[in-house]
Design a protein. Structure first.
Length: 252
């Protein structure tokens, strides 16, 4: 894959204000894409847009809650107004942990909405646009190793990420005849603002490291390389695939 593999492409990234989404936006811009950044916090998005601009790239900020169907549609329309979309990365998501027998239904709904509903809504809007244009495209969904396994206290998160994998495969089959590839990247625990507080629990951190054959927590840039590859022309024959960037967690 060449250093500027996405030269001339226009990518939409949800959850782009922080963590893996931010990293994906920076990496896509580094690979030559212009980027539309989507998240709820405009301040965070504008900081990422400024960072991309300082590196010679171009990015636009669109504040939207992509768990809302109307806002998701508007965000995709706003992105399309900046240029012909060819890449979409769905990285919006969250987690609320806790024992299932005590788990709040509101937290379950929140996790499923952030991780699954938003991915479906944005895929639907982007897919409609790509189908109308008829020249194909790339969709990459950020899943998790928890989409393949279980873990105590994460019933909602595991359920939502298993569903993201199923959605990815269904859309891949449906849209492959139209030149649209749909894949997912499934990271292990990555150091982000969402996960850092979790690792303050020494017992939890020790259990995570015990389960990771590589013996360490992952970094954001170890995920973004996989995303850029799946968004690139080199991945044209890959669709419906869940690429585990998990340090061997699911290989046990």
């Amino acid at each position: 894959m060449t250093a500027r593999a996405l030269e001339g492409a226009h990518a939409l990234v949800t959850g782009a204000g922080r963590g893996i989404g931010r990293g994906c936006a920076l990496a896509l811009a580094e690979a030559g894409a212009t980027v539309t950044l989507v998240a709820r916090s405009r301040d965070e998005l504008e900081a990422v847009a400024d960072e991309i601009g300082s590196r010679g790239g171009r990015a636009w900020a669109v504040a939207a809650d992509v768990t809302d169907a109307h806002e998701a549609e508007n965000a995709v329309s706003a992105a399309a107004a900046h240029g012909e979309l060819s890449v979409c990365v769905n990285s919006a998501g969250t987690n609320r942990t806790g024992p299932t027998h005590e788990y709040d239904v509101g937290d379950f709904d929140l996790v499923v909405a952030a991780n699954l509903r938003s991915t479906f809504l944005v895929c639907r809007a982007v897919g409609r646009l790509l189908l109308e244009r008829g020249s194909g495209g790339r969709i990459v969904n950020i899943s998790s190793q928890m989409g393949a396994v279980g873990y105590p206290g994460r019933a909602a998160y595991c359920a939502s990420k298993h569903a993201v994998n199923g959605l990815t495969k269904a859309l891949a089959v449906e849209w492959a005849p139209h030149g649209i590839t749909v894949n997912a990247v499934a990271p292990t625990f990555i150091r982000t603002p969402l996960t850092e507080p979790m690792f303050e629990n020494e017992a939890f951190a020790a259990d995570v490291l015990r389960r990771l054959p590589v013996g360490r927590i992952g970094e954001v840039d170890e995920v973004t390389g996989a995303v850029v590859f799946l968004a690139s022309p080199d991945a044209g024959l890959i669709t419906g695939h869940v690429l585990h960037v998990d340090g061997g967690w699911t290989a046990w």
